[in-house]
Design a protein around this ligand. Structure first.
Ligand SMILES: [Zn+2]
Length: 387
């Protein structure tokens, strides 16, 4: 990463063109429009408490150091404040008379009211600023290291920062806007919240098939998000069309991957609904989140449902019986190894090396009791699955 330490930029230059958005509680611009003070991914201004904002101004008047400020170089001559936005916004608000500080006599004074020499003191103060420029991974690493405002940014907030621009702004307006009327519908399938970027993150993950960084990099300067939005809506419409009942376990599933895998198959929603309800009522089904893919896949892969519920006592007693028989015959205690032709034919596996298997598959009505239990070595158990 390339960093340049600047010690020549004055408060006056930083505050040139300062705009404070009262509605959003954000300091917006400075440096004659070349500096974005609180970019989209940043949190709102929190220093307006009559203490922290005042302390910033008093520090300037007393010549105390304000600490390092970091700028992220966005493009030639344009910057975003990465760390220091609270301090800069405090200064900007003071010099535009948004709050007052008390003078020697305890009287509140706004910027316009203070003596000329004090004004100069503030305006001519030079700030310590690092201008930083780097690759995606460098900037991410650096964000994590300086840990902005003490609250770590999540993955998508980091990506928004790294690829900030018109594309991110439009994406956030659609997917990270808690006033969007579609959020209630999205919430049935996508876990998280708008203001932590979870819908935007999922929409990007789906359209990019998981390569969010690459996708954002290619589309950084786009002035529309049509592809993301269309793909996201297509996936949501597909899910809600196939599964007419909304279950809480649907929230947060990998619908993008499921859509890609299964959208070419035809489903009868009424039949799907009956299957889902039957599986919800089946006491052997441990993983309800797996029901949806199990049904989409034609009810073949019951591993998705985690139905293997033989208890430890059953496993131990079946293991003991199988192992005693095997040792008497000089063969493996895995019935599938025993009939094989390799070195494992006579191998006695330890209990920890085996798993319980339904001899008659659960999906064909096989019960989960000792009579229907056999122990297989892990390799054979995995290969057999529970068809
Ligand atoms: Zn085996």
């Amino acid at each position: 990463m390339k960093t340049t330490l600047r010690t020549d930029i004055t408060v006056k230059e930083i505050c040139d063109g300062f705009v404070y958005n009262e509605l959003e509680g954000k300091g917006l611009f400075g440096l004659s429009g070349r500096l974005t003070i609180q970019p989209e991914y940043q949190r709102s201004y929190i220093y307006a408490d009559g203490k922290r904002d005042v302390a910033v101004i008093e520090s300037l008047l007393k010549g105390y150091p304000l600490g390092l400020i970091y700028f992220n170089t966005v493009s030639d001559g344009k910057f975003e404040v990465l760390d220091g936005q609270q301090r800069i916004t405090s200064i900007g608000r003071y010099v535009t008379d948004k709050f007052a500080i008390k003078d020697e006599n305890g009287l509140p004074q706004n910027f316009t009211g203070i003596a000329a020499n004090k004004k100069d003191l503030i305006m001519e103060t030079k700030l310590l600023i690092y201008e930083c420029e780097g690759t995606e991974s460098e900037i991410k690493e650096w964000f994590r290291t300086i840990n902005i405002a003490g609250v770590p940014l999540n993955e998508q907030e980091l990506l928004n920062a790294v690829y900030s621009g018109p594309f991110v702004t439009l994406g956030k307006a659609e997917f990270s806007n808690s006033g969007n009327a579609n959020i209630q519908k999205w919430n049935a399938y996508v876990a998280g919240s708008a203001n932590r970027q979870d819908f935007w993150h999922r929409a990007l993950e789906w359209v990019s098939r998981g390569d969010i960084g690459g996708y954002m990099s290619r589309h950084r300067h786009d002035t529309d998000i049509a592809e993301v939005k269309t793909y996201f809506d297509t996936v949501i419409d597909w899910v809600s069309g196939v599964f007419t009942d909304v279950e809480s376990e649907m929230r947060g599933l990998e619908w993008g991957r499921l859509y890609e895998t299964y959208h070419g198959s035809a489903y009868d929603p009424a039949e799907v609904s009956r299957d889902v309800r039957a599986l919800y009522g089946d006491p052997y089904v441990k993983n309800r989140k797996g029901i949806f893919e199990y049904v989409l896949g034609g009810k073949k892969d019951s591993r998705l449902l985690d139905v293997r519920v033989f208890d430890e006592a059953t496993k131990k007693s079946v293991y003991a019986r199988q192992t005693a028989d095997a040792e008497a015959k000089g063969v493996s205690n895995c019935p599938l190894c025993m009939i094989g032709h390799d070195a494992n034919r006579e191998r006695i596996w330890k209990l920890s090396e085996m798993d319980a298997d339904h001899m008659a598959a659960w999906s064909t009505g096989g019960a989960t009791d000792a009579k229907n239990c056999q122990m297989l070595c892990k390799t054979h158990n995995r290969a057999k699955g529970n068809r």
